[in-house]
Write a protein that binds this ligand. Sequence first.
Ligand code: ZN
Length: 398
Amino acid sequence: MVFPAIRLTDTATSSKKVLTKKKQYRMYVCGITPYDATHLGHAATYLSFDLIHRLLLASGAKVNYVQNITDIDEPLLERANRDGVKWDELAADQIELFRKDMTALQVIPPTSYVGAIESIPLVTQAIDIMSSNKSTYEVDKDLYFSVNHDGKFGSLSHLTQSEMLELFSQRGGDPTLSGKRDPLDCLIWMQQRPNEPGWSSTHGSGRPGWHIECTAIAMEFLKPDSAEEELIDIQGGGSDLIFPHHEMCAAQARAISGKELATHYVHAGMIGLDGEKMSKSKGNLVFVSSLLASGIDPFAIRWALMSDHYKSERMWNNELLDQAAIEVEQLNNVMKSQTVAPTDQLAISIIEFLSDDLDTSSVVKAINKWVNASLNGETGGDYQQISAVLKNLLGFSI
Ligand code: ZN
């Protein structure tokens, strides 16, 4: 099977960019903070990167794929306090639930899942380098990263100053804290607070900021090649991570290494429910485990999410899931019969559509057309061939 060049939309250049053909790719996707696993927004993001992962593997490349787990952070401590449970037990339960959900959805696990706590020695090393090149400073014993260090801050998200300030404030930043050199400077090491856990570091006992955790893990576990211009190939996550999280990670990686973090910054769109934004604050999150418990075929969830483009802001509703369940059942029936319509062109089309910025809605349409042809009695296809394509590229098996 011939695999065309893979093109993916890069947020930094706002363009579909070819992923240079390589034998080995380095992909980092931001993982969960384990306190509300696994809602459909999570599922949509990790399924999108699973499709990229599968496509790269099927093309014959190796992929070093790393995902972090933010097993210590503000939202996790807040949720544990609210619910009167121990924060580390909450995290352990949620991580287990997340892995179960990912297994059910046929998501190929990353090469490494790395926890924030286990990566604290990496974070302190990274902070030491940043301190030595004067990109950090203290505010009341907490350590901050200076976003103006290299003058390139903002080159990923392309937002105005006021947009950056608003998002920074909404997403865990502290723009109004006095003593900061720039309101957008971010916390990288927080001095231990009363009744909160702390770990020792060269900057005293405390815990890491969220952004530096991903930067340090990516740079250690993906083993960047010094001959390459960027540290890794793909930095990914949901579009709500573009700012401040990925902008900060990129700026910190430049402060540590002098290099750009990724050739491609890839972002999956958010999932809404029945015309509304799906969010914790609205209390309308749909959980994968609830769908599975109600007897939904996990592949129907994949199929429903694939019916629209990964970058678009997709709406979830019962009709979408019902339609997906019908189409997946028909696909199952055709595959069980093993007598199928011609498959050569379908196999080529699936690979071509996926290679064109994961055009999954065209994949779904092409498969539906082929399923209908098979149901109408067309024959001559190679069942084994299409079975392998569906399994390897889409995670489908009977
Ligand atoms: Zn991250």
